[in-house]
Design a protein around this ligand. Structure first.
Ligand code: ADP
Ligand code: MG
Length: 274
């Protein structure tokens, strides 16, 4: 617990990779669930107009009265967008397709890259007075390095990069690293790459193994030990509106996300101690 008089700041992690289908949303949902299961209070911010994180957490479209669109356009406080999920301690600020138009709407605004950061700062202030504050905020980014992703990087402490264990895994990674560096130098000096999460790993596939060794050679200790296996239960869970940890706790995917959560927390302690 934070000492009295000091507001505990949530750790803000952006899940980013401009490639689609690499496991950003799946990792946001299931890392979030695993963190909540071990006692953290977690908010998932859905910043993808597709709203897959919201759907995967069981939030139907008609329930999304206040979304991240309203927050970023300045119409609503982030607190009003926060919804409960079936997982105690896990909350979501949902998105809708309205987000597609946001970039154009705010492209002339001077603070266009800082909208999310300011919204989160407002939330932390209010929380201090009211409910128990969030300890983790996970931002599910769209598959693009657009203004939404820049908002996420401007607000985040660190970036988690899901990489699918497939032939083109490393393609685009240098571009992402460059963008993170640019945001770090121009607007958010505390931004770091927290780590690379290898997803959809298939031990029976030689190519998967080759990709793992290439990525480990290129990114070194930034790569998490935990690899998320390709697992059919993981891909089934969203259609039930549930994190895989609720859908099938014992499956290999759930167990991997629990290990990832403890590795994330260990790294956080390392970062704090350094
Ligand atoms: P992104 O958010 O990067 O676009 P998703 O998390 O939506 O990627 O994942 C893309 C697809 O792959 C989804 O259909 C998801 O269910 C599936 N998927 C993700 N991780 C796994 C896994 N470990 N095993 C099997 N399927 C997975
Ligand atoms: Mg996604």
């Amino acid at each position: 617990l934070a000492p009295p008089g000091r507001t505990a700041r949530p750790r803000i992690l952006a899940l980013a990779n401009q490639k689609g289908g690499v496991g950003k949303t799946t990792t946001a949902i299931n890392l979030g669930t695993a963190l909540a299961a071990i006692g953290e209070k977690v908010l998932i911010l859905d910043l993808d107009p597709q709203g897959n994180a919201s759907t995967g957490l069981g939030i139907e479209h008609k329930m999304r009265h206040v979304s991240t669109y309203h927050v970023l356009s300045g119409e609503q406080d982030l607190r009003r967008a926060v919804m409960d999920t079936a997982v105690p301690g896990l909350h979501v600020a949902p998105s809708t397709l309205d987000l597609l138009g946001l970039e154009l709407e705010i492209s002339q605004e001077r603070n266009r890259a800082h909208r999310l950061r300011l919204a989160i700062e407002g939330l932390a202030l209010g929380d201090h007075l009211r409910a128990e504050p969030f300890t983790y905020i996970l931002i599910d980014c769209p598959p693009s390095l657009n203004l939404l992703t820049i908002n996420a990087l401007a607000a985040a402490d660190a970036v988690l990069v899901p990489l699918q264990c497939e032939f083109f895994a490393l393609e685009g990674l240098s571009q992402l690293i460059r963008t993170v560096d640019q945001v770090k130098h121009a607007i958010n000096p505390r931004l770091e790459i927290h780590g690379v999460v290898l997803t959809m790993y298939d031990p029976r596939n030689n190519l998967s193994g080759q990709v793992v060794s290439d990525v480990r050679e290129f990114m070194g200790s930034k790569v998490f030990e935990t690899m998320i296996p390709r697992n059919v239960r993981v891909s089934e869970a969203p259609s039930h509106g549930k994190p895989v940890l609720l859908y099938d706790l014992k499956c290999a995917g759930s167990q991997a996300y629990l290990r990832l959560a403890s590795e994330v927390i260990q790294r956080e302690r390392g970062l704090k101690a350094a």
